[in-house]
Design a protein around this ligand. Structure first.
Ligand code: PMP
Length: 381
């Protein structure tokens, strides 16, 4: 990263960790196909299996529970497209959960969030009742660990306890934004399936994992080969997987650094609100990831803010980067029931392993200039 730029968009993608880079450079020279029995093949297989152990270790699962995929989008689609009778899903899920849920043609019940951006356990219970009144066997419940835009942490373990009472309900969680930012143990979450993305924790883009409860089988989305124990066909992305494994280990070690990140985020929010008293931190009342802040500056369009910060050398995003390009309020903020003006002015600033005091100072200097000019503009208007 050039020293003149300040990168505060870790939720879109985190800078590659040096450990991941080194592992990928080593893997570049492994010529074999991991399915081949000769020495070259066994070398490539060893790289994949070492990475599998490292990813498994991040979540406290057995390596056999980890299925490598092309990313979290594929992992989410694999679960959501597996042929359910009905799906209960929170309205603030990532598009890679919502779109396949809706494309299934089955009964889909959306669960609302409260104004802070948290899904309430009683709303999940009400959705289960609704499903039962409709006589549609609830089959899958999808609830993310933490939201990509607000960082709000969702009550997954409590939802799992409810799901167990219900009986025949599979619980899927998208742990993409939470992994490497808060401690995550698969068994403590109590879920059946979980998705991960390498590039959010300092690995390469285009690789992820679907983690399955021991003994659970999901019909594979990608078929046509026996790889990944017949759970995901296609020659493994050995280089990407090597980087993912190294990033997972580094992110686990770095969890201790999250208190530093939380302090930086705290300073950013405190000073940003002092500089612009009309601004608001979305989701501040709920438990949140330590690295994410969603800041609304009413009267200013988020897209304009992103451009002005970019010109000032700072990378942030307006709502989800995956959906930017579409002008309009984010679906997450709309699902929270935020007033349109507030939602349209919300930017996401996300910190991570590279973030320093200087980055926060640079953000605040730009914020002061941008929000200050906006306050003046408002006074005149
Ligand atoms: N889920 C969430 C919550 C995300 O933020 C993202 C990335 N924007 C994804 C899933 C998709 O992950 P990937 O980029 O690995 O397909």
């Amino acid at each position: 990263m050039s020293s003149t730029r300040t990168y505060l968009d870790h939720n879109a993608t985190a800078p590659l960790r040096p450990e991941a880079r080194a592992a990928m450079l080593d893997a570049l020279d492994a010529v074999g196909n991991p399915s081949s029995v000769h020495a070259e093949g066994r070398k490539a297989r060893a790289i994949v299996e070492e990475a599998r152990e490292r990813v498994a270790d991040l979540l406290g699962v057995a390596p056999s529970q980890v299925v490598f995929t092309s990313g979290a989008t594929e992992a989410n689609c694999s679960v959501l497209r597996a042929g359910w009778g009905s799906i209960l899903v929170s309205g603030i899920e990532h598009e890679s959960v919502l779109a396949p849920a809706r494309a299934n043609g089955c009964d889909v019940i959306e669960i609302a969030t409260d104004a802070s951006g948290a899904v309430r356990v009683d709303a999940i219970a009400a959705a289960l009742e609704k499903a039962s009144a409709r006589n549609s066997e609830p089959a899958l419940l999808a609830l993310q660990v933490a939201n990509n835009e607000t960082g709000v942490v969702q009550p997954v373990a409590a939802a799992a306890a409810l799901a167990r009472e219900w009986g025949d309900l599979v619980l899927h969680t998208d742990a993409v934004q939470a992994a490497g930012r808060i401690p995550l143990m698969f068994d403590e979450l109590g879920v059946d399936t979980l998705s991960l993305s390498a590039h959010k924790l300092g690995g390469p883009k285009g690789v992820g994992a679907l983690v399955l409860k021991d003994g659970l089988d999901i019909a594979p989305l990608v078929i046509g080969g026996g790889q990944e124990r017949r759970r995901r066909a296609g020659t493994e992305n050995v280089i990407g997987i090597a980087g993912f494994g190294a990033a997972a280990s580094a992110a686990k070690q770095d969890l201790a650094d999250m208190s530093r990140i939380a302090e930086l985020r705290g300073r950013l929010e405190r000073e940003a609100l002092e500089l612009a008293p009309g601004a608001r931190v979305i989701g501040a009342d709920a438990p949140r990831l330590p690295n994410t802040t969603c800041l609304a500056l009413p009267g200013m369009a988020a897209e304009t803010l992103v451009i002005r910060f970019d010109l000032a050398g700072i990378a942030i995003s307006a709502g989800a980067a995956c959906s930017s390009g579409k002008v309009g309020a984010s679906t997450v903020l709309a699902a929270m029931g935020l007033p349109d003006e507030l939602a349209r002015s919300a930017i996401r600033v996300s910190l991570g392993w590279t973030t320093t005091e200087q980055d926060i100072a640079a953000f605040l200097a730009a914020w002061s200039a941008i929000a200050g000019s906006q306050q003046q503009h408002r006074a005149v208007a």
